[in-house]
Design a protein. Structure first.
Length: 74
């Protein structure tokens, strides 16, 4: 009887997770970042500076690795 009371919260949590992951794509609507009609004014493609975004992302990843590695040594 004691083993049942120790395991039931874990089973309920697993069941809730499975139900949530199963039904979430069916319930949520499709989200678009940008409407196809408003892509670029005048039919031109917008030019950006993607290198800045890549470098910023690399810096954040390196910082995350550093923090995780620093805390794992203790």
């Amino acid at each position: 009887m004691t083993a049942f009371w120790k395991r039931w919260p874990r089973r309920i949590a697993a069941g809730i997770l499975v139900l949530g992951l199963t039904f979430s794509p069916a319930v949520t609507p499709t989200v678009r970042a940008q409407a196809p009609d408003e892509a670029a004014p005048g039919g031109e493609e917008s030019k950006g500076r993607p290198l800045d975004g890549y470098l910023g992302t690399i810096c954040l990843v390196i910082l995350a690795f550093f923090i995780v590695g620093k805390s794992a040594r203790r």
